[in-house]
Design a protein around this ligand. Structure first.
Ligand SMILES: Nc1ncnc2c1ncn2[C@@H]1O[C@H](COP(=O)(O)OP(=O)(O)OP(=O)(O)O)[C@@H](O)[C@H]1O
Ligand SMILES: O=P(O)(O)OC[C@H]1O[C@H](OP(=O)(O)OP(=O)(O)O)[C@H](O)[C@@H]1O
Ligand SMILES: [Mg+2]
Length: 299
Protein backbone atom coordinates (compact mmCIF):
# COMPACT_ATOMS: atom_id res chain seq x y z
CA UNK A 1 0.00 0.00 0.00
CA UNK A 2 1.35 3.45 -0.95
CA UNK A 3 1.93 5.73 2.04
CA UNK A 4 -0.77 8.38 2.33
CA UNK A 5 -0.61 11.67 4.19
CA UNK A 6 -4.39 12.09 4.46
CA UNK A 7 -6.66 9.97 6.57
CA UNK A 8 -9.75 8.45 4.98
CA UNK A 9 -12.94 7.67 6.92
CA UNK A 10 -15.72 5.53 5.48
CA UNK A 11 -19.33 6.16 6.50
CA UNK A 12 -22.71 4.95 5.32
CA UNK A 13 -23.95 6.95 2.32
CA UNK A 14 -27.61 6.80 3.22
CA UNK A 15 -29.27 4.76 5.90
CA UNK A 16 -29.72 4.46 9.61
CA UNK A 17 -26.16 5.43 10.53
CA UNK A 18 -25.67 8.33 8.08
CA UNK A 19 -26.97 11.37 9.95
CA UNK A 20 -25.65 10.56 13.41
CA UNK A 21 -22.30 9.53 11.91
CA UNK A 22 -21.93 12.80 10.01
CA UNK A 23 -22.99 14.73 13.09
CA UNK A 24 -20.32 13.04 15.19
CA UNK A 25 -17.61 13.89 12.66
CA UNK A 26 -18.82 17.50 12.52
CA UNK A 27 -18.72 17.74 16.32
CA UNK A 28 -15.15 16.41 16.18
CA UNK A 29 -14.25 19.48 14.10
CA UNK A 30 -14.28 17.89 10.64
CA UNK A 31 -15.87 19.75 7.72
CA UNK A 32 -16.03 18.30 4.24
CA UNK A 33 -16.49 19.74 0.78
CA UNK A 34 -19.30 17.79 -0.84
CA UNK A 35 -18.34 16.59 -4.28
CA UNK A 36 -20.89 16.34 -7.08
CA UNK A 37 -21.18 12.55 -6.84
CA UNK A 38 -21.13 12.78 -3.02
CA UNK A 39 -19.06 9.61 -2.71
CA UNK A 40 -15.77 11.29 -1.90
CA UNK A 41 -15.82 14.36 0.33
CA UNK A 42 -12.62 16.33 0.70
CA UNK A 43 -11.76 17.39 4.25
CA UNK A 44 -11.50 21.17 4.51
CA UNK A 45 -10.49 21.57 8.14
CA UNK A 46 -8.09 18.63 8.55
CA UNK A 47 -6.24 16.25 6.23
CA UNK A 48 -9.12 13.80 6.73
CA UNK A 49 -11.41 12.83 3.83
CA UNK A 50 -14.75 11.05 3.89
CA UNK A 51 -15.89 8.22 1.66
CA UNK A 52 -19.65 7.55 1.52
CA UNK A 53 -20.40 3.89 0.84
CA UNK A 54 -22.74 0.98 1.62
CA UNK A 55 -22.28 -0.06 5.23
CA UNK A 56 -21.45 -3.69 4.31
CA UNK A 57 -18.44 -2.49 2.30
CA UNK A 58 -16.80 -0.67 5.21
CA UNK A 59 -14.86 -3.55 6.85
CA UNK A 60 -13.57 -4.64 3.43
CA UNK A 61 -12.41 -1.12 2.60
CA UNK A 62 -10.44 -1.05 5.86
CA UNK A 63 -9.06 -4.54 5.16
CA UNK A 64 -7.80 -3.40 1.74
CA UNK A 65 -6.32 -0.21 3.16
CA UNK A 66 -8.56 1.94 0.96
CA UNK A 67 -9.97 3.54 4.12
CA UNK A 68 -8.36 3.92 7.53
CA UNK A 69 -11.40 4.25 9.78
CA UNK A 70 -15.10 3.55 9.37
CA UNK A 71 -18.43 4.10 11.11
CA UNK A 72 -20.34 0.85 10.95
CA UNK A 73 -22.75 -1.30 12.96
CA UNK A 74 -21.13 -3.85 15.26
CA UNK A 75 -23.41 -6.45 13.63
CA UNK A 76 -21.72 -5.90 10.24
CA UNK A 77 -18.21 -5.74 11.69
CA UNK A 78 -18.63 -8.91 13.80
CA UNK A 79 -20.21 -10.82 10.93
CA UNK A 80 -17.26 -10.07 8.70
CA UNK A 81 -14.73 -10.74 11.50
CA UNK A 82 -16.30 -14.15 12.00
CA UNK A 83 -15.97 -14.90 8.29
CA UNK A 84 -12.20 -14.51 8.73
CA UNK A 85 -12.23 -16.52 11.96
CA UNK A 86 -14.10 -19.38 10.31
CA UNK A 87 -11.33 -19.55 7.69
CA UNK A 88 -8.80 -19.68 10.52
CA UNK A 89 -7.60 -16.14 9.83
CA UNK A 90 -7.41 -13.06 11.99
CA UNK A 91 -9.62 -10.16 10.84
CA UNK A 92 -7.55 -7.20 9.60
CA UNK A 93 -9.97 -4.75 11.29
CA UNK A 94 -11.18 -4.18 14.82
CA UNK A 95 -13.65 -2.18 16.91
CA UNK A 96 -11.96 0.96 18.30
CA UNK A 97 -14.84 2.84 19.96
CA UNK A 98 -18.56 2.44 20.64
CA UNK A 99 -20.50 5.45 19.37
CA UNK A 100 -23.83 5.20 21.21
CA UNK A 101 -26.28 5.39 18.28
CA UNK A 102 -27.81 2.82 15.91
CA UNK A 103 -28.63 0.64 18.90
CA UNK A 104 -30.35 -2.61 18.00
CA UNK A 105 -30.01 -6.33 18.63
CA UNK A 106 -29.68 -9.33 16.40
CA UNK A 107 -32.41 -11.68 17.51
CA UNK A 108 -33.99 -14.99 16.71
CA UNK A 109 -37.73 -14.75 16.13
CA UNK A 110 -40.27 -17.49 15.59
CA UNK A 111 -43.86 -17.65 14.27
CA UNK A 112 -46.51 -17.24 16.99
CA UNK A 113 -47.36 -20.95 17.09
CA UNK A 114 -43.72 -22.17 17.24
CA UNK A 115 -42.94 -23.79 20.58
CA UNK A 116 -39.61 -22.38 21.78
CA UNK A 117 -38.20 -23.57 25.09
CA UNK A 118 -34.49 -22.87 24.44
CA UNK A 119 -31.79 -23.16 21.73
CA UNK A 120 -32.46 -26.92 21.34
CA UNK A 121 -35.93 -26.10 19.96
CA UNK A 122 -34.19 -24.85 16.81
CA UNK A 123 -32.58 -28.22 16.00
CA UNK A 124 -33.36 -29.25 12.42
CA UNK A 125 -35.06 -25.95 11.51
CA UNK A 126 -34.24 -23.62 8.62
CA UNK A 127 -33.17 -20.20 9.89
CA UNK A 128 -33.31 -17.22 7.51
CA UNK A 129 -30.80 -14.43 8.17
CA UNK A 130 -28.50 -11.87 6.57
CA UNK A 131 -25.91 -12.77 9.23
CA UNK A 132 -24.95 -16.38 8.49
CA UNK A 133 -21.59 -16.31 10.28
CA UNK A 134 -23.01 -14.87 13.52
CA UNK A 135 -25.90 -17.31 13.33
CA UNK A 136 -23.65 -20.34 12.68
CA UNK A 137 -21.36 -19.26 15.51
CA UNK A 138 -24.30 -19.03 17.95
CA UNK A 139 -25.61 -22.43 16.84
CA UNK A 140 -22.13 -23.96 17.32
CA UNK A 141 -21.75 -22.42 20.78
CA UNK A 142 -25.16 -23.79 21.76
CA UNK A 143 -24.52 -27.20 20.23
CA UNK A 144 -27.50 -26.94 17.89
CA UNK A 145 -27.59 -28.29 14.34
CA UNK A 146 -29.82 -26.26 12.02
CA UNK A 147 -29.79 -25.04 8.42
CA UNK A 148 -28.84 -21.40 7.90
CA UNK A 149 -30.58 -19.83 4.89
CA UNK A 150 -28.82 -16.64 3.84
CA UNK A 151 -31.05 -13.82 2.56
CA UNK A 152 -29.87 -10.29 1.81
CA UNK A 153 -33.11 -8.58 2.84
CA UNK A 154 -36.81 -8.96 3.71
CA UNK A 155 -35.86 -11.70 6.15
CA UNK A 156 -39.03 -11.27 8.23
CA UNK A 157 -41.22 -12.49 5.38
CA UNK A 158 -39.26 -15.76 4.90
CA UNK A 159 -41.43 -17.96 7.19
CA UNK A 160 -44.63 -16.83 5.41
CA UNK A 161 -43.07 -17.63 2.04
CA UNK A 162 -42.09 -21.07 3.28
CA UNK A 163 -38.40 -20.31 2.78
CA UNK A 164 -37.55 -20.81 6.46
CA UNK A 165 -39.09 -21.87 9.77
CA UNK A 166 -37.61 -19.10 11.92
CA UNK A 167 -35.54 -15.97 11.36
CA UNK A 168 -32.62 -14.09 12.85
CA UNK A 169 -32.62 -10.34 12.12
CA UNK A 170 -32.06 -6.91 13.60
CA UNK A 171 -34.66 -5.68 16.07
CA UNK A 172 -35.07 -2.29 17.64
CA UNK A 173 -38.66 -1.44 18.57
CA UNK A 174 -39.98 -4.87 17.57
CA UNK A 175 -42.57 -3.28 15.26
CA UNK A 176 -41.32 -5.15 12.17
CA UNK A 177 -41.53 -8.50 13.98
CA UNK A 178 -45.03 -7.73 15.26
CA UNK A 179 -46.16 -6.71 11.78
CA UNK A 180 -45.03 -10.11 10.53
CA UNK A 181 -46.56 -12.09 13.42
CA UNK A 182 -43.14 -13.12 14.73
CA UNK A 183 -42.05 -13.43 18.36
CA UNK A 184 -38.54 -12.61 19.58
CA UNK A 185 -37.13 -15.53 21.59
CA UNK A 186 -33.37 -14.97 21.92
CA UNK A 187 -30.93 -12.15 21.30
CA UNK A 188 -27.58 -13.22 19.87
CA UNK A 189 -25.80 -9.83 19.67
CA UNK A 190 -26.26 -6.33 21.13
CA UNK A 191 -25.27 -3.84 18.49
CA UNK A 192 -24.66 -0.13 18.01
CA UNK A 193 -22.58 2.00 15.68
CA UNK A 194 -18.85 1.62 16.28
CA UNK A 195 -15.69 3.18 14.96
CA UNK A 196 -13.71 0.49 13.16
CA UNK A 197 -10.04 0.66 12.28
CA UNK A 198 -7.23 -1.60 11.16
CA UNK A 199 -6.13 -4.36 13.54
CA UNK A 200 -2.53 -3.19 13.16
CA UNK A 201 -1.75 0.44 14.08
CA UNK A 202 -1.49 2.79 11.10
CA UNK A 203 1.95 3.71 9.88
CA UNK A 204 3.06 7.03 8.27
CA UNK A 205 1.36 10.36 9.06
CA UNK A 206 -2.03 8.71 9.27
CA UNK A 207 -1.18 7.11 12.60
CA UNK A 208 -0.84 10.49 14.30
CA UNK A 209 -3.92 11.86 12.50
CA UNK A 210 -5.98 8.89 13.66
CA UNK A 211 -4.74 9.25 17.25
CA UNK A 212 -5.65 12.95 17.22
CA UNK A 213 -9.10 12.20 15.84
CA UNK A 214 -9.69 9.54 18.49
CA UNK A 215 -8.77 12.01 21.23
CA UNK A 216 -11.28 14.53 19.86
CA UNK A 217 -13.92 11.85 19.47
CA UNK A 218 -13.42 10.75 23.07
CA UNK A 219 -14.00 14.34 24.19
CA UNK A 220 -17.18 14.58 22.09
CA UNK A 221 -18.51 11.26 23.38
CA UNK A 222 -17.80 12.20 26.98
CA UNK A 223 -19.57 15.55 26.67
CA UNK A 224 -22.52 14.03 24.83
CA UNK A 225 -23.12 11.65 27.71
CA UNK A 226 -22.71 14.31 30.38
CA UNK A 227 -25.32 16.52 31.99
CA UNK A 228 -24.94 19.37 34.45
CA UNK A 229 -27.41 19.01 37.30
CA UNK A 230 -28.31 22.05 39.43
CA UNK A 231 -30.68 22.04 42.37
CA UNK A 232 -31.30 23.34 45.87
CA UNK A 233 -31.87 21.18 48.90
CA UNK A 234 -32.09 21.53 52.69
CA UNK A 235 -28.83 20.53 54.39
CA UNK A 236 -30.65 17.77 56.26
CA UNK A 237 -31.61 16.09 52.98
CA UNK A 238 -28.36 16.74 51.09
CA UNK A 239 -26.82 13.26 51.56
CA UNK A 240 -29.99 11.54 50.41
CA UNK A 241 -30.14 13.62 47.22
CA UNK A 242 -26.43 13.21 46.45
CA UNK A 243 -26.80 9.43 46.70
CA UNK A 244 -29.38 9.50 43.92
CA UNK A 245 -27.13 11.39 41.46
CA UNK A 246 -24.99 9.40 38.99
CA UNK A 247 -22.31 12.07 39.52
CA UNK A 248 -18.98 11.77 37.73
CA UNK A 249 -17.12 13.55 40.54
CA UNK A 250 -17.96 14.88 43.98
CA UNK A 251 -20.69 17.55 43.53
CA UNK A 252 -20.03 21.22 44.31
CA UNK A 253 -22.11 22.39 47.30
CA UNK A 254 -22.62 26.15 47.66
CA UNK A 255 -24.18 28.41 50.29
CA UNK A 256 -27.36 30.31 49.39
CA UNK A 257 -27.42 34.01 50.29
CA UNK A 258 -29.90 34.63 53.13
CA UNK A 259 -30.84 30.95 53.60
CA UNK A 260 -28.68 29.10 56.12
CA UNK A 261 -30.87 26.02 56.07
CA UNK A 262 -30.46 25.10 52.37
CA UNK A 263 -27.58 24.75 49.90
CA UNK A 264 -27.24 24.90 46.11
CA UNK A 265 -25.72 21.87 44.45
CA UNK A 266 -24.03 21.47 41.09
CA UNK A 267 -22.93 18.09 39.72
CA UNK A 268 -21.66 16.69 36.46
CA UNK A 269 -23.60 13.48 35.78
CA UNK A 270 -23.26 10.70 33.26
CA UNK A 271 -26.04 9.33 31.08
CA UNK A 272 -29.66 10.32 30.63
CA UNK A 273 -32.07 10.64 33.56
CA UNK A 274 -35.29 8.65 33.48
CA UNK A 275 -38.50 10.28 34.71
CA UNK A 276 -38.43 7.82 37.61
CA UNK A 277 -34.96 9.00 38.66
CA UNK A 278 -36.06 12.64 38.49
CA UNK A 279 -39.13 11.92 40.61
CA UNK A 280 -36.97 10.10 43.18
CA UNK A 281 -34.54 13.04 43.38
CA UNK A 282 -37.42 15.48 43.83
CA UNK A 283 -39.05 13.29 46.47
CA UNK A 284 -35.74 13.13 48.36
CA UNK A 285 -35.97 16.91 48.80
CA UNK A 286 -34.51 18.56 45.68
CA UNK A 287 -36.02 21.91 44.61
CA UNK A 288 -35.57 23.88 41.37
CA UNK A 289 -34.04 20.85 39.70
CA UNK A 290 -32.38 21.72 36.37
CA UNK A 291 -30.62 19.35 33.98
CA UNK A 292 -28.48 21.12 31.41
CA UNK A 293 -26.64 19.74 28.37
CA UNK A 294 -22.88 20.27 28.40
CA UNK A 295 -21.58 22.07 25.31
CA UNK A 296 -17.84 21.56 25.71
CA UNK A 297 -15.54 20.42 28.48
CA UNK A 298 -11.85 20.82 29.17
CA UNK A 299 -10.47 18.56 31.87
N1 LIG B 1 -34.15 -0.80 13.54
C1 LIG B 1 -32.95 -0.37 13.81
N2 LIG B 1 -32.73 0.46 14.82
C2 LIG B 1 -31.49 0.90 15.08
N3 LIG B 1 -30.41 0.58 14.37
C3 LIG B 1 -30.56 -0.22 13.34
C4 LIG B 1 -31.83 -0.73 13.00
N4 LIG B 1 -31.71 -1.49 11.92
C5 LIG B 1 -30.41 -1.44 11.60
N5 LIG B 1 -29.70 -0.70 12.45
C6 LIG B 1 -28.24 -0.43 12.42
O1 LIG B 1 -27.97 0.43 11.33
C7 LIG B 1 -27.14 -0.22 10.37
C8 LIG B 1 -27.52 0.24 8.98
O2 LIG B 1 -28.86 -0.11 8.75
P1 LIG B 1 -29.54 0.19 7.35
O3 LIG B 1 -30.90 -0.40 7.40
O4 LIG B 1 -29.40 1.63 7.02
O5 LIG B 1 -28.55 -0.67 6.43
P2 LIG B 1 -28.59 -1.17 4.95
O6 LIG B 1 -30.01 -1.26 4.47
O7 LIG B 1 -27.73 -2.37 4.94
O8 LIG B 1 -27.88 0.05 4.17
P3 LIG B 1 -26.80 0.08 2.97
O9 LIG B 1 -27.56 0.63 1.82
O10 LIG B 1 -25.75 1.06 3.44
O11 LIG B 1 -26.26 -1.30 2.78
C9 LIG B 1 -27.32 -1.70 10.65
O12 LIG B 1 -26.21 -2.48 10.22
C10 LIG B 1 -27.46 -1.71 12.15
O13 LIG B 1 -26.19 -1.62 12.79
O1 LIG C 1 -37.63 -3.53 15.44
P1 LIG C 1 -37.83 -2.44 14.44
O2 LIG C 1 -37.81 -1.08 15.09
O3 LIG C 1 -39.05 -2.63 13.61
O4 LIG C 1 -36.58 -2.42 13.46
C1 LIG C 1 -36.15 -3.58 12.80
C2 LIG C 1 -36.03 -3.37 11.34
O5 LIG C 1 -35.12 -2.31 11.06
C3 LIG C 1 -34.19 -2.73 10.07
O6 LIG C 1 -34.65 -2.53 8.80
P2 LIG C 1 -34.85 -1.08 8.16
O7 LIG C 1 -36.08 -0.44 8.71
O8 LIG C 1 -33.60 -0.26 8.35
O9 LIG C 1 -35.10 -1.39 6.65
P3 LIG C 1 -34.21 -2.27 5.65
O10 LIG C 1 -34.68 -3.69 5.88
O11 LIG C 1 -34.61 -1.72 4.33
O12 LIG C 1 -32.75 -2.05 5.96
C4 LIG C 1 -34.07 -4.24 10.33
O13 LIG C 1 -33.57 -4.92 9.21
C5 LIG C 1 -35.47 -4.64 10.72
O14 LIG C 1 -36.21 -5.00 9.59
MG1 LIG D 1 -26.13 -2.81 3.96
Amino acid sequence: MKPRDRLRIAAQKSGRLSDAGRDLLARSGLRFRESRDRLFCYGETEPVDLLLVRDDDIPGLIAEGVCDLGIVGRNVLREQSLEYARRGERAPFSELRTLGFGRCRLSIAVPQDFLYTGPASLAGTRIATSYPALMADWLDRNGVKAEVVTLSGSVEIAPKLGKADVICDLVSTGATLAANQLREVASILDSEAVLAGPAEALQDERGELAAQLLRRLDGVLEVRDSKLVMLQVDRAELDQVVQLLPAANAPTVMAIEGNAQAVALQALCRGAFSWQQLEDIKRAGARGLMILPVEQMLA
